[in-house]
Design a protein around this ligand. Structure first.
Ligand SMILES: O=C(O)CCC(=O)C(=O)O
Ligand SMILES: [Fe+2]
Length: 368
């Protein structure tokens, strides 16, 4: 194949989708362009029900029927084709028969509920350092352009688990006295969901006409950057938070995310990032399924053949818990356009970048 040489200073542009106007200036070099929020200033009573957000902001287009992929399918080629179609059309899909035991998921939620139920001063003892530990409400702003102080959710991050002797482990763990099964539960969940994610990446590789072991072979999974984010969204918010989001609009940064929720609605996706007004669709809960979504690095790798879809969490007047697992390549993996995703007519849209440089930049812009 002929090498495609591109002057990125001139050509580096996120790919337009949908109703994108070619005349609109692109002011954000990071794919996942900034959403335009339409926030009403209507005054609402104290402790408002978040359901108001539905009528106050953006356009809603009902709920979306995401594709569902059976990971136990004996027909790998057919499963890979379904994954590809899901990544091209939605950037989101469900997986069933994923090998993550329901009892393990329940155990993770139980630990998470117990931790978030602690008094704030206790939680703050494990405040986020090295991107590991607790982040209180308002500490994160997933949509950097949002006019609000920060997202309403609180989170807890667990990074890659270190060697067996834990020497390289930068994680913060709640005290074993109070949380005797926390660490083992989280470690088991991370190992299990990593295995599932690795199988999904094989299907993704096959769907891109690559070797099923492609991501292994380039070393992207030698020491993957895995982050588990436990999330808790409050049921009620204060008047000053009117229009604020549980998690504001964003696309995930890395390769793929595997998400479980407690079944409480609130997750919405916007498939056309550049459409104005944006159209948001509810993602409904499928019992026992994991939700998988594509991150920006995979969008870059595939030259926007796959979409890293904008998503957000609005609240529905009910407390909500979820657990997101971000499976990203080792930090030294060079992410450059796959040959099968570019041509002379459709040259690479992004310059090569290491996974670490890209993800660190994105994380840094999320925090004030
Ligand atoms: O809580 C959810 O359903 C989504 C969370 C999310 O998008 C994230 O943590 O990146
Ligand atoms: Fe996300």
């Amino acid at each position: 194949m002929r090498a495609i040489v591109v002057d990125f200073a001139i050509k580096f542009r996120p790919k337009p989708r949908g109703d994108f106007s070619p005349d609109r200036p692109i002011d954000d070099a990071i794919p996942g362009t900034t959403p335009r929020q339409q926030i009403s200033n209507t005054s609402v009573p104290l402790l408002l029900n978040w359901r108001r957000q539905r009528s106050d902001t953006g356009a809603m287009a009902g709920s979306v029927d995401l594709p569902l992929v059976d990971l136990a399918s004996p027909d790998l080629r057919a499963a890979a084709a379904s994954v590809r179609q899901a990544c091209v059309e939605h950037g989101f899909f469900y997986v069933t028969n994923h090998g993550v035991d329901a009892a393990l998921v329940e155990a993770v939620f139980a630990e998470s509920r117990r931790f978030f139920g602690l008094p704030m001063e206790e939680k703050m003892k494990l405040q986020r350092t090295n991107h590991r530990g607790y982040t209180p409400p308002y500490a994160e702003k997933l949509d950097a352009s949002s006019e609000f102080t920060g997202d309403l959710k609180e989170s807890f991050y667990i990074g890659p688990i270190g060697d067996s002797d834990m020497q390289n482990d930068l994680n913060q763990w709640p005290s074993e006295e109070r949380f005797p099964s926390w660490k083992e539960t989280m470690k088991l969940y991370i190992a299990t969901v990593l295995d599932t994610g690795t199988r999904i990446l094989s299907l993704i590789a096959l769907g891109l006409d690559l070797d099923a072991e492609f991501f292994h072979k380039i070393g992207a999974l030698d020491c993957p950057s895995t982050f588990l984010r436990l999330l808790h969204y409050p049921a009620e918010v204060n008047e000053s938070d009117s229009g604020n989001y549980g998690a504001s609009a964003h696309s995930d940064y890395g390769a793929i995310t595997l998400l479980v929720t407690d079944g409480t609605p609130g997750l919405q996706i916007c498939r056309e990032k550049d459409r104005d007004p944006q159209l948001w669709e509810d993602v409904h809960h499928v019992d026992g399924a994991l939700i998988v979504n594509i991150g920006d690095l995979l969008e870059r790798w595939t030259n926007c053949v796959f979409r890293s879809t904008l998503h957000r969490v609005v609240a529905v007047g009910k407390e909500r818990y979820s657990v997101a697992f971000f499976l990203d390549p080792n930090y030294d993996t060079l992410v450059e356009c796959l040959e099968s995703c570019c041509s002379e007519a459709d040259p690479p849209r992004f310059p090569p970048i290491t996974s670490g440089e890209y993800i660190t930049g994105r994380i840094n812009s999320t925090y004030k």
